[in-house]
Design a protein around this ligand. Structure first.
Ligand code: MSP
Length: 510
């Protein structure tokens, strides 16, 4: 049976246009989804928009629009960003869709039937920006721990008996050490749960933009209970659809570190209470700063991913965002580093190597895969260290991608390319042209066979450029299962005229 892989992004609040943080979260999922497809898995990659709640309602009012009009427009920005960034999601869910509302109400009913909900009154602090309730003890200088403003709320509310579930959650974390990643986040979650969980207010009555509570129309569901359900409503929940059976539990929820509590405590608690299996892993990534500063609208330093793509190109932007920081850590966006990485790794290391080799073949070797003997190919597959590196990379590369060490996987590709550069300089095919043309053909064959590996591995990160390289080589078999001897380039096959890939970025660096 084909292995499946279900991966999700958080669904984005539609209170404002997307920025680099949103693009980053989805890009990481895209890269992993593409990788798993190339590895032969049946993938479902879900993203979408989180459209209810007070924050969105207020933003709509400010824009002088109805919430529905407003959410339609802003959700469109996220859908456009996905196109611009070449995200390969299989579904885009909006929480204002009927299929989602049904799922969220069904989850509520299940929680109620199982005795986890009671009616009470909420008296306490709420942050609209975070859409989160905070205990008095968590406040710092009269603000939420995130720095967001808070307000006092007193209203009738349904509660979820979260306080009963602390031990079950701790037991689950204990038995599943990879449930929350990285370790630092797991430790935070465990100590928060150990400090004692309060029951969670899960309905509001003071505004109306949300999903109504089944059986009590005055209440609307707490936006996080509503939003988290997207991961199963998109599979057709409550119906036991083929998709639900195939893809649930999710393999991976990728989130930003700021929303760990909701995903690693509330979500599994809701699922335990509703007798639904828990997702396999929740991985939280860090936050980007801009030239060392926290990114914020008030500082006016928000990075627009669309502008990055316009200026640097799509694949270079995708590459940089995944290459620059260890997934899980915070990282800094520095323009200078972006240019350095693009020029040294993409343009010089890979682009230049591929282009000059292929142009050389077109000028000096008839524009075909060099006519080397079958013995030569068998020999390099048996004895050559660089071919061995290219082949063996697969296991290490997949081990990285399975554990979301995306940067580690990229570095391994760059290493392979660096070694190919050393090889071309040592073998100098341009000097062999007169002295030893047979050897020249062997060197060229060897190099383009390595390019086949490089381009196949590069596909998740820089899909367009990688497929250009594979087009130049006339390679149709592009899955990871083709990374072997059987699919080696066939001597005599036509090669396409290369065009530039990964252009140099020409800004002077001071
Ligand atoms: N709507 C909720 C998620 C509900 S999921 C059931 C939400 N939306 S959000 O639009 O505010 O944020 C979405 C993601 O963007 C979060 O994972 C957040 O961490 C990420 N980022 C927002 N700013 C960021 C940076 N400066 N850097 C990296 N990612 C950041 O939360």
């Amino acid at each position: 049976m084909t292995k499946t892989y279900y991966i999700t992004t958080p669904i984005y609040y539609v209170n404002d246009k997307p920025h680099i943080g949103h693009a980053y979260t989805s890009l990481a999922c895209d890269v992993l989804a593409r990788c798993m497809r190339l590895d032969g898995r049946e993938v479902k990659f879900l993203t979408g928009t989180d459209e209810h709640g007070q924050k969105v309602e207020k933003s709509a009012q400010k824009a002088g629009k109805t919430p529905q009009q407003f959410t339609n427009e802003v959700s469109m920005h996220f859908q456009n960003l996905a196109k611009i960034m070449n995200f390969s999601h299989d579904d885009f869910i909006r929480t204002t869709e009927e299929r989602h509302k049904k799922g969220a109400q069904a989850l509520w009913q299940k929680l109620e039937q199982n005795g986890h909900i009671y009616l009470g009154k909420y008296e306490g602090w709420y942050s609209v920006r975070d859409e989160a309730f905070y205990a008095e003890s968590e406040l710092i200088d009269g603000k939420a721990p995130t720095g967001a403003d808070i307000e006092w709320v007193e209203e009738p509310s349904y509660f979820f008996k979260l306080s009963n579930l602390g031990d079950k959650l701790l037991e689950y974390y204990e038995q599943n050490p990879d449930f929350i990643k990285p370790k630092s986040r797991r430790n935070e979650v465990i100590s928060f749960v150990k400090s004692g969980l309060l029951d969670l207010s899960i309905s509001r009555t003071s505004f109306s933009w949300g999903i109504t509570v089944p059986g009590d129309e005055k209440h609307i569901m707490y936006v996080w209970l509503d939003a988290l359900t997207n991961y199963i409503s998109a599979l057709g929940f409550p119906a036991q659809t083929a998709d639900f059976t195939k893809f649930w539990p999710a393999d991976l929820h990728i989130i930003g570190k700021d929303i760990t509590r909701f995903h690693a405590i509330y979500w599994p608690a809701f699922l335990i209470a509703a007798d639904i299996t828990l997702p396999k892993t929740i991985t939280a990534h860090g936050w980007w700063t801009n030239e060392g500063e926290k990114i914020s609208k008030s500082l006016g330093n928000v990075i627009d991913p669309v502008k990055l793509v316009e200026e640097f190109g799509l694949d270079a932007t995708r590459y940089f965002l995944m290459r620059e920081i260890n997934f899980g850590n915070d990282g800094n966006f520095a323009r200078k580093n972006m240019i350095l990485r693009i020029n040294s790794e993409l343009a010089n290391n890979i682009g230049n190597l591929v282009q000059r080799t292929l142009s050389f073949i077109h000028k000096n070797a008839n524009g075909i895969v060099p006519q080397v003997s079958a013995e030569f190919i068998a020999d390099i597959y048996q004895n050559n260290a660089l071919i061995a590196q290219a082949k063996d990379l697969y296991n290490k590369f997949m081990a990285d991608m399975e554990t979301q060490n995306i940067r580690g996987a990229i570095k391994k590709i760059i290493d392979l390319s660096s070694n190919a550069n050393i090889y071309i300089d040592q073998e100098a095919p341009w000097s062999l042209r007169k002295t030893n043309p047979d050897k020249m053909l062997q060197v060229l064959y060897f190099l383009i066979e390595i390019f086949r590996y490089l381009a196949i591995y590069l596909q998740p990160f820089t899909p367009d450029s990688a497929s250009k390289i594979l087009d130049f080589l006339n390679v149709e078999a592009r899955q990871f299962k083709h990374l072997n001897f059987e699919h080696h380039l066939k001597p005599g096959a036509k090669l396409k005229q290369p065009e530039p890939i990964f252009p140099r970025f020409k800004e002077e660096l001071c």
